[in-house]
Design a protein around this ligand. Structure first.
Ligand code: CUK
Ligand code: CUA
Length: 641
C-alpha cells in the first residue's frame, strides 16, 4: 500500500485537521499577480464577462457575482425567507417552503449545478441542494427566481446533489445520513444501525421543455453515507459516480469509528441499466411522503403537493447497477474529467489523490476483477480500477475542477492551497496558496465537457486577517486566480454571502440576453389581480377581507382603508401596474407579522394581516421608486369587532 498504516494515519490526520486553522500558506507576499488591478477591473457601466453562481451554505440562498470584478449582483432566495425579495412572506411564495414536515423556512445550500445539453452548460436553469431537510430547487435563469422545490424521500441530509446527467435527464441525489426508510417505523434503537438503516440515491427526472422535476426512481443501497457525486460524460455517459464514507456503518462517527477502514468507496452507478430494470418492471413501489412545490410566472402563485409513492430498485438484488471501488480515507470530492475517462476521488484524510479510469472499471467488471462483495454489492479491486495516484500533492484534498487542457486543479483544505496537476502523468505542475483553508473551487464550466480555463476561484472557509475586523465573525471569502498562463496568479479577494461551498461560473453571453425585464400585466392571471385602478376594490367574505390594490409611481389604490374590524383576516392583493424594467414597489404595514411584499412590475403579491389592536396603521412603499416615493403611503383604520 502506498499510504501509512491505519492507526498512524488516523492519528496524524486528526492532528492535521485540528491544526488546520493555524495553517497559513507561505510566500503570501509574492502570491498576487503584478497586474492584478487591471485584470480584475471592470469599468463602471461595463458588464462582467462571467456570472458566478455561489452557494450560500447555511444562509440557504444562492448568490450571483460578476467575474472578474467580484461585484455582488443578486442574492436569490431559495430555501430561506428573505425580506429583500418578500420571499416566504407573501401568500404566493409561502408554499414554496413547504415540506412533509410543514414549513421549513431555512436550509443549508451546498451545491450548484447549471443545466447542460450534451455535457455543456446551456444557461437555462440552475439546480441547488438543501442539505438539512433534503430538497432540490430549480432556479429559472430568465427570472433569477426559484421556480420549483422538490423534497427527497427516504433521505436525510442531501449532500451529494444536485449534480446532473449530461443532458439534464436527471438531477441526482444521495442521502448523506442513512436512516430507516420512510415506510418503516423509524423508532428503533440507534445502535441497530446496521440492521435498520439504509442509503438511497435518487434520480429526479427533469422535463426537457419546462424543467419540471419528479422523483423518477430511487436505488436502495447499504447504510453508508453518500458525500458527493458527478455524472459520467462522453464514454462514461450513462454512469454516475458517488463518493461514500462511513462504510463501517457506524452509528457514531467519532473518528475512531468512521475512519477505521483504510479505504472507503467510490460507487459507480450504471443508470442506463437501472432504467432498463425499471422498464422491465423490477422497481417496487413504496409509500413515502414528500413535498413538490412549483411557482407559476403567469398566475404568480405557487402550489404545494404532497406525493405518496416512489419506485425503488434494490442494488443488492440487481447486481449489475452499482459497483464499489475502494478509495483511500473518507473520500469527499468525486469529479469526472472533461473526457469522461478519469474519475478523481479525494480522500480528505489521505496524502495522495487516486485517479480511476473508466476503461479499467469497465474491464474490471467484464473480467470480474472483484475483491469480494460489500453488503451484496461487488467491490472492484482498487488496482484494477486505478489509473494512478498523484503522490504528495498536499494535505486534505477536497475538490477538483478541470481546465480542459489535460490538467486538474484540486483544493487542499489542510495545506490551504490550490494544486494543479496533469491528469495523464499525475505530475504536480503548480501550487498557489489560499487564504485560508479552501473548500470548493470553480473553473467556468470546470465540471463539464468544455471548461473555459481563464480563471479559477477558491471558496475559503476561514478569512482571519484578510479584511477589516468585524467582531467575532468575518465574512467567508472567495479568491480569483488567473489561470490563462502556466502559473496560477491571485488577482482578487471578495467576501461572500453565507458560507460558499460549490459554485459555478458561466459566460454571461449565455444568460444576459434572456433576462425577463418585467412581467406582462395582460398575462397576469393571479386570481386576485387588479389590472387597473378602476378595478381596485375591497371585498368582505365573512371575517376575511380581500383588498384588491394597485400600485404605480407614486401611489396605492385604495390608499384609505376603513371598515376593518378586530378578528378580521385581511389579504392585501397588491398588483404592480408598472410595465418597465426594474420598477418594483414594496408594501409594509406597521405591526404586520408576515413581513413585507416586494412586487415586480406586472406581478400580484399578497400580504396577510391579522390586526392585533384597534387604531390606525400606516402602510408604505419600501422600495425607492420615484421622486415621490416618500409620498407612496396610505392608512388602514381598525375598529372594534
Ligand atoms: S462540501 Cu463544502 S467544502 Cu458540502 Cu461540497 Cu466540500
Ligand atoms: Cu413605490 Cu417606492
Amino acid at each position: 500500500m502506498h499510504y501509512s498504516t491505519k492507526s498512524l494515519l488516523v492519528a496524524s490526520s486528526a492532528a492535521l485537521l485540528l491544526s488546520a486553522t493555524s495553517c497559513k500558506p507561505k510566500n503570501a507576499a509574492t502570491a498576487v499577480s503584478a497586474d492584478a488591478a487591471s485584470k480584475a477591473y471592470v469599468a463602471p457601466g461595463k458588464y462582467d464577462e462571467f456570472y458566478n453562481f455561489v452557494s450560500g451554505g447555511f444562509s440557504g440562498q444562492l448568490s450571483v457575482y460578476g467575474l472578474p470584478s467580484g461585484r455582488l449582483l443578486r442574492v436569490i432566495p431559495v430555501f430561506s425567507v428573505d425580506p429583500e425579495k418578500g420571499w416566504g412572506y407573501s401568500e404566493e411564495t409561502k408554499p414554496m417552503l413547504n415540506t412533509s414536515h410543514g414549513t421549513v423556512p431555512w436550509d443549508d445550500l451546498h451545491h450548484t449545478e447549471l443545466s447542460q445539453t450534451n455535457g455543456e452548460i446551456d444557461g437555462r436553469w440552475i439546480f441547488v441542494n438543501a442539505n438539512n431537510t433534503p430538497r432540490i430547487a430549480r432556479v429559472d435563469l430568465k427570472t433569477f427566481r426559484t421556480s420549483e422545490i422538490i423534497e427527497i424521500p427516504n433521505s436525510a441530509g442531501n449532500h451529494s446533489s444536485p449534480f446532473i446527467t449530461d443532458n439534464t435527464e436527471y438531477v441526482v441525489a444521495g442521502t448523506r445520513f442513512s436512516v430507516p426508510p420512510d415506510d418503516v417505523n423509524g423508532d428503533v434503537p440507534i445502535n441497530s444501525y446496521k440492521k435498520n438503516f439504509k442509503g438511497y440515491i435518487s434520480f429526479i427526472g427533469v422535463d426537457k421543455t419546462s424543467g419540471k422535476m419528479d422523483v423518477s426512481f430511487q436505488i436502495e443501497c447499504p447504510g453508508i453515507n453518500f458525500d458527493l457525486s458527478h455524472s459520467g460524460k462522453n464514454k462514461s455517459s450513462g454512469w454516475f459516480f458517488f463518493s461514500c464514507y462511513n462504510t463501517e456503518q457506524a452509528n457514531t462517527l467519532l473518528e475512531v469509528n468512521a475512519s477505521q477502514r483504510d479505504k472507503d468507496f467510490i460507487m459507480a452507478v450504471n443508470w442506463k441499466k437501472a432504467e432498463e430494470y425499471l422498464k422491465a418492471g423490477k422497481g417496487k413501489k413504496v409509500p413515502v411522503k414528500y413535498a413538490h412545490n412549483t411557482y407559476d410566472d403567469k398566475t404568480h402563485t405557487s402550489s404545494s403537493e404532497i406525493k405518496n409513492e416512489v419506485t425503488v430498485l434494490n442494488a443488492k438484488e440487481l447486481k449489475d447497477i452499482c459497483y464499489f471501488i475502494p478509495c483511500p480515507k473518507s473520500p469527499h470530492g468525486c469529479d469526472v474529467d472533461p473526457t469522461g475517462e478519469y474519475i478523481v476521488g479525494s480522500g480528505k484524510l489521505a496524502a495522495l489523490i487516486p485517479v480511476f479510469s473508466f476503461d479499467k472499471i469497465q474491464n474490471a467488471i467484464a473480467n470480474k476483477q472483484f475483491a469480494g462483495e460489500y453488503d451484496g454489492i461487488p467491490v472492484i479491486k482498487y488496482e484494477a480500477a486505478l489509473h494512478g495516484e498523484v503522490q504528495k500533492p498536499g494535505l486534505g484534498p477536497l475538490h477538483t475542477e478541470f481546465d480542459g487542457k489535460g490538467n486538474a486543479i484540486t483544493s487542499f483544505f489542510v495545506s490551504s492551497e490550490l494544486v494543479k496537476w496533469n491528469i495523464k502523468d499525475l505530475k504536480v505542475l503548480d501550487r498557489a496558496p489560499t487564504y485560508y483553508s479552501v473548500g470548493h473551487l470553480c473553473i467556468p464550466g470546470g465540471d463539464t465537457k468544455k471548461p473555459n480555463a481563464k480563471y479559477v476561484i477558491a471558496y475559503n472557509k476561514i478569512t482571519k486577517d484578510r479584511y477589516l475586523p468585524t467582531g467575532p465573525e468575518l465574512a467567508q471569502s472567495a479568491q480569483l486566480y488567473d489561470i490563462s498562463g502556466d502559473k496560477m496568479q491571485l488577482i482578487l479577494d471578495f467576501p461572500t454571502i453565507g458560507e460558499p461551498h460549490y459554485a459555478q461560473a458561466v459566460s454571461a453571453d449565455l444568460i444576459k440576453n434572456n433576462s425577463v425585464k418585467f412581467f406582462k400585466l395582460e398575462e397576469n392571471s393571479n386570481p386576485y389581480v387588479s389590472k387597473g385602478e378602476s378595478t381596485a376594490k375591497i371585498v368582505r367574505e365573512g371575517n376575511k377581507v380581500h383588498v384588491y390594490m394597485t400600485c404605480i409611481r407614486s401611489h396605492f389604490t385604495p390608499d384609505n382603508i376603513e371598515g376593518i374590524k378586530m378578528g378580521d383576516e385581511v389579504y392585501f392583493h397588491v398588483t404592480n401596474l408598472e410595465q418597465d424594467w426594474d420598477i418594483p414597489h414594496g408594501f409594509g404595514i406597521k405591526g404586520a407579522n408576515n413581513g413585507e411584499l416586494l412586487i415586480m412590475p406586472g406581478e400580484t403579491q399578497t400580504l396577510k394581516w391579522v390586526p392585533d389592536r384597534v387604531g390606525m396603521s400606516p402602510f408604505y412603499c419600501t422600495d425607492f421608486c420615484s421622486a415621490l416615493h416618500q409620498e407612496m403611503q396610505g392608512y388602514i383604520r381598525v375598529s372594534p369587532a
